[in-house]
Design a protein around this ligand. Structure first.
Ligand code: PMP
Length: 282
């Protein structure tokens, strides 16, 4: 495993930060998580574009161009020779004495971590997972991939303590997304997923899946979803960079459909793998 801090590659365990750092003290930063398949970063450009948008949304200037960051990501992959793994990128508003106001003339801090290995999805994709719903206690700008993840951490932990795999946020009576996943339902052969407005993160996996479904002529709607929609859904699927697509077989105490992974999930998983194989052939 390897890391990068501002201008140089470092050991991931090297201590490079003083306590007075805006990411540490204020959660004043944004991030991205990218998946490597066979040593190729999947949808790298989309992730870096979103990083730039997230930074712009919090009035933060990236310390390097997207092209420069892409080159560092690739250099780290070459150096570590990771085939299956992840690259985590974090940009914060820099190192400065604690003060809510933006520091003047302080450059942003850029961290990158390359990690070998990915979660084993085998069992989850085979038998499906249980999720629990929670009131969405996050802020109004969930479209920004902010490092302030306390509500996400707390909800996921509560779901875990009840034996669940993921927590799903409900806001204004609408089902929104998971703590680190987007959500799709399938009803009568139609995929439905919440509208990517300011209340959710527009996942790169979500976008890719919508693209794949359209290519396959499977109807997909971006629409409001309520708990009633979940209750009558044939299938529920959560998606993310690291988890790809995972079938949900139970929401709270209620089974989804037949209580096992559905046919649309199986099809989607196969189409997604094909897409990955095409983009990440080494
Ligand atoms: N929603 C939230 C809140 C997330 O944190 C994530 C993953 N970081 C996602 C959705 C999924 O996004 P992606 O497909 O880009 O990984």
């Amino acid at each position: 495993n390897l890391a990068f801090f501002n201008e140089r590659f470092i050991d991931p365990n090297e201590r490079v930060l003083p306590v007075e750092e805006r990411g540490l003290q204020f959660g004043d930063g944004v991030y991205e998580m990218i998946r490597l398949y066979r040593g190729v970063p999947f949808t790298l450009q989309e992730h870096l574009d979103r990083l730039e948008q997230s930074a712009h949304s919090i009035m933060l200037t990236l310390p390097k161009t997207v092209e420069e960051i892409a080159a560092i990501v690739q250099a780290g992959i070459a150096q570590t020779k990771i085939a299956e793994g992840t690259v985590y990128i974090q940009v914060t508003r820099g190192t400065a004495p604690r003060n809510h106001l933006f520091p003047e003339e302080v450059a942003a801090n850029l961290f990158i971590v390359w990690k070998e290995g990915v979660p084993d999805l085998g069992k989850q994709q085979e038998v499906g997972v249980v999720v629990f719903t929670f009131p969405d206690e996050r802020w109004h700008n969930c479209y920004i991939k902010s490092i302030c993840l306390l509500p996400n951490v707390l909800a996921k932990e509560k779901a875990h303590q009840r034996g669940g795999h993921e927590a799903i946020f409900i806001r204004d009576n609408e089902v929104k997304e998971g703590t680190s996943t987007n959500l799709f339902i399938v009803k009568d052969g139609v995929f439905k997923t919440p509208i990517a407005d300011q209340s959710i993160l527009n996942g790169i996996t979500r976008q890719k899946i919508i693209e794949i479904l359209k290519k396959q002529d499977v109807p997909v709607l971006e629409t409001r979803l309520t708990m009633e929609d979940i209750e009558v859904a044939d299938e529920v699927i959560i998606t993310s960079t690291t988890q790809e697509a995972v079938p949900v077989v139970q929401v709270n105490d209620r089974k989804v459909g037949a209580g096992k992974p559905g046919v649309y999930f199986q099809k989607l998983a196969a189409w997604f793998q094909k897409e990955v194989d095409q983009s990440c052939s080494s």
